[in-house]
Design a protein around this ligand. Structure first.
Ligand code: ASP
Ligand code: MG
Length: 410
């Protein structure tokens, strides 16, 4: 098998952990596999370098982004070289390669470059010589040969892109979490680890899944059909062995048997309601355009049309954006002749996700009934084919997650 193993910053936080990872990767190779290791910078290193860069860049007038990329990409270069040394010192042939050595080619949009293609010639020839190939995550190089980086947390995406380019059998993502859970174990004591999931399910759990793997990497894996394994790193797991984790693949028939696989929640959201919005074509956009311009991300939107040709428009945003969003909404409301603007500063979004919903009716009804029994008022609802989300008062978050987990999972 050809396996890509990606190790995050905490998995390679110090030389001891790097050695543990090296031993594990070498064992994987000894079992007859070709192994590519994609590494992040040692934890805290990218932040440290960025801080240094910003202290000095504050005095220049031109954009610092090109040099910041040259600077912060060294974090991954260091880990890759250290990992290769660790492998060589236990007798495992290994070679480190940077993005420019390989040619992981991106556009020239420094700090958030997009990958265009990856040349696989050098990687394959090193693998064929019996080497474990260690590749820097997060890095790219543009057509001019300038170093780029693909955005914070990007090395998961690097790993998946490399796995896709190499047609690897799977991409293993090692972090400090041992997989996807049916709910946040800190909130729900009955939460269990999920053995297998689908790309779509994982993408829908967003907040919850994001702790394990970058969502952009999951999108890419889905696009190229790269099987993922989400596992806790052998450098963090007691004893250095690795437990089974969560396998994420394209949807399979038997997955449909599980009605709901996760109950996820967010806790730092706020809600704004604009009352009595005149019912005219194009008017809602005048509420949301100023928010978009101010870079305020709107999550859930609900519009209730009343009979008097006026409607209430409610939406949720991240709590830190509340003040600014209120100001902008009040201005917009005045301009379009709407009524009061009200806010709820502390709401929580609870979602149930499961592929089985596609073929079963009554899941939403059961969710609402479960919450009603607990006396929890639902403020907003939204659904997709495999997800139902509700917004509730944040003080009921734990109670809601527990009740829904009990009703649908265990
Ligand atoms: N080192 C980079 C960061 O801290 C990339 C990564 O770890 O995925 O954002
Ligand atoms: Mg990461």
């Amino acid at each position: 098998m050809l396996i890509v193993q990606k190790y995050g910053g905490t998995s390679v936080a110090d030389t001891d952990r790097i050695k543990k990872v090296a031993r594990f990767a070498a064992d994987t190779a000894k079992q007859g596999n070709k192994v590519v290791v994609v590494v992040s910078a040692m934890s805290g290193e990218t932040d440290r370098l960025l801080k240094l860069g910003h202290v000095i860049a504050s005095e220049t007038k031109q954009s610092p982004d090109r040099e910041l990329d040259a600077l912060i990409s060294t974090g991954e270069t260091s880990t890759a070289a250290l990992m290769a040394l660790a492998l060589q010192s236990i007798g495992q042939p290994a070679v480190s390669l940077t993005a420019s050595q390989i040619r992981i080619v991106t556009d020239s949009c420094h700090q958030r470059a997009k990958m265009k293609y990856i040349e696989t010639g050098r990687i394959n020839s090193e693998l064929n010589k019996g080497n474990i190939v260690i590749i820097t995550g997060f890095q790219g190089v543009d057509e001019e040969g300038d170093l780029t980086t693909i955005g914070r947390g990007g090395s998961d995406t690097s790993a998946v892109a490399i796995a896709a380019a190499l047609h690897a059998d799977c991409c293993e993502i090692y972090s400090d979490v041992d997989g996807l859970y049916s709910a946040d174990p800190n909130v729900c004591k009955n939460a269990v680890k999920i053995d297998s999931s689908s790309y779509e399910e994982l993408l829908e759990t967003a907040g919850a899944g994001a702790k394990v793997v970058h969502m952009h990497a999951v999108e890419l894996a889905a696009k190229h059909d790269v099987p993922l394994q989400l596992k806790r790193s052998p450098s963090i797991e007691a004893g250095g062995s690795v437990r089974s984790g969560t396998k994420v693949t394209r949807e399979e028939i038997n997955m449909e048997q599980v009605l709901v696989s996760t109950v996820s929640h967010t806790s730092s959201e706020a809600k704004i309601s604009v009352r009595d919005v005149p019912h005219k074509v194009g008017i809602v956009s005048r509420i949301f355009q100023p928010l978009a311009k101010a870079n305020i991300n709107v999550d859930m939107i609900v519009q209730n049309v009343a009979s008097n040709l006026k409607s209430d428009v409610s939406f949720t945003i991240a709590k830190p954006d509340l003040k600014k969003a209120m100001q902008l909404s009040e201005i917009a409301a005045r301009e379009i002749g709407a009524g009061k603007v009200e806010m709820a500063g502390d709401v929580s979004k609870i979602s149930i996700v499961g592929i089985g919903m596609r073929s079963h009716a009554g899941v939403a009804a059961k969710m609402f009934e479960t919450l009603a029994k607990e006396g929890i008022d639902i403020q907003m609802i939204s659904t997709s084919e495999i997800k139902v989300s509700v917004v509730i008062d944040a003080k009921f978050m734990q109670k809601a997650v527990d009740a829904l987990h009990h009703a649908f999972i265990s």
